[in-house]
Design a protein around this ligand. Structure first.
Ligand SMILES: Cc1ncc(COP(=O)(O)O)c(C=O)c1O
Length: 427
């Protein structure tokens, strides 16, 4: 089946992060169904899954309150020639969670929301350049971002030159960009945090420097939105972005993203002003009613249940078990677990403490043998304590093999080829 998929779908999957090159050879080629945090492959094998739907499925697969809301909406129709009242309901509910957000437009993918933020910032400032945080690995599928990666084929040089990078937690590097390109940078785009937390005052300093230089501050909340806090990272860290973007965690896996922002900028996409109009997100499927129903049900569930607290608590338990397994197997410095408890990532290093894709593959492979698919350790609300404890047991077993692979050679344990980074110039 994997070969058939490769024959008709470039890369064999519709998202690179799901591709065969990202997983060891013993990984299930396809996942047929899921419930909660459990999934089944086409042979009926069951796994505990992490990072579900590229972090979009925060509550759980086939989560009843969301599925029921979607089913109800499906029977009422999904797309009309005038807006549906659910567009207003969903907009008001989202904005109520975000004190700095005054207007919102919905679309389908996070990339589109970020693209729109950039177009709006460029239109508002009359500038072309975009400053992005170079330590944040993914912001958009569009040329302004992909042009900065090792997969920049097909993207003109003049577009690639319009995006420049600064370092996270390093104010100097951002100030240096504004000095080097005075009055040319339209906006600063970044996530609030990834593996490292912001240094005290860092995010506020970024906002201030950005504004002092006449640019807009765009906060990408694709991952942090509803995972860090019900008010997003902007709520968690007490900052007010000019524009912010949401996706993934908005609708428990249904396709919905949002550009949220201050009225003075967002209104340029409307028609109650006399400035030049901005084409601000207008897609055929942008306000599909059942995705909006999913988002409303998801937000309601977040508000009525301790979802954010549970994500952090489950992650904390998993981190503690993982750290114990690292110590038990003498792997301190070779294997690491990093990030917020609700968003755990791991690192694998070789005997020289250099990042190793081969050892990452061995670890993934051994976890899969033990019934866990874990390209990350990003939990959902459906990861029960028993799932976490079963995972920790699997980590203990997998790290014992990792220790042996470090001692006697990774090739003795690696079955087949190693995984590869998504962004690489050649296959
Ligand atoms: C931080 C961040 N921003 C933007 C995106 C793009 O979102 P989408 O894949 O929905 O276009 C992603 C996707 O992985 C992301 O992680």
């Amino acid at each position: 089946m994997a070969r058939r998929a490769q024959a008709v779908i470039p890369g064999g999957a519709h998202t690179y992060a799901k591709g065969d090159d990202q997983f060891p050879e013993n990984a299930p080629a396809f996942i047929q169904r899921g419930i909660g945090c459990h999934v089944w492959d086409t042979d009926g094998n069951e796994f505990i899954e992490y990072g579900m739907g590229l972090r979009a499925v925060t509550l759980g697969h086939a989560f009843a309150p969301v599925v029921d809301a979607v089913a109800r909406q499906l029977s009422l129709g999904t797309n009309f020639s005038r807006p549906s009242p659910i567009e207003l309901e969903c907009a008001e509910r989202l904005l109520a969670l975000l004190p700095g957000g005054e207007m919102v437009k919905f679309c389908k993918d996070g990339s589109l929301a970020n693209d729109a933020a950039i177009r709006l910032a460029r239109a508002h400032t009359g500038r072309d350049m975009v400053a992005i945080c170079g330590d944040h690995p993914f912001l958009s599928t569009n040329d302004w971002f992909i042009g900065t990666t090792d997969m920049s084929a097909g993207i003109p040089q003049w577009i690639r030159e319009r995006t420049v990078k600064f370092r996270y937690n390093d104010m100097e590097s951002l100030s240096a960009l504004f000095e080097r390109y005075p009055t040319q940078i339209a906006c600063v785009v970044m996530e609030a945090a990834r593996t490292d937390e912001p240094r005290p005052g860092y995010l506020k300093d970024v906002v201030n420097v950005t504004h002092r230089n006449g640019a807009l501050f765009v906060l990408d909340e694709m991952i942090t939105g509803f995972r860090w806090n019900l008010g997003g990272a902007q709520g968690a860290y007490g900052i007010t972005p000019d524009l912010s973007t949401f996706g993934k965690a908005l609708a428990n896996g249904f396709s919905l993203s949002a550009l949220v922002g201050k009225r003075e900028y967002m209104r340029l996409g409307g028609f109650d002003h006399d400035r030049e109009r901005v084409f601000l997100l207008s897609t055929t499927h942008g306000a599909e009613t059942h995705s909006l129903a999913a988002a409303i049900a998801t937000m309601r569930y977040y508000q009525d249940n301790p979802v954010v607290e549970t994500l952090h608590a489950r992650g904390a338990r998993l981190r503690a078990g993982f750290v114990r397994a690292i110590e038990d197997n003498g792997l301190r410095g070779y294997v690491d677990i990093a990030g917020r408890d609700c968003n755990l990532l791991f690192a694998t290093r070789d005997s020289h403490k250099k990042p190793s894709q081969a050892l990452r593959t061995v670890f993934l492979q051994e976890m899969i043998k033990r019934g866990v698919i874990a390209p990350s350790f990003v939990v959902s609300y459906s990861h029960a304590v028993e799932d976490i404890d079963r995972t920790i047991e699997a980590v203990q077993g997998a790290l014992a093999i990792y220790r042996n692979a470090l001692d006697v050679g990774v090739e003795r344990y690696l079955v087949g080829r190693a995984v590869k980074p998504v962004f690489r110039r050649y296959a």
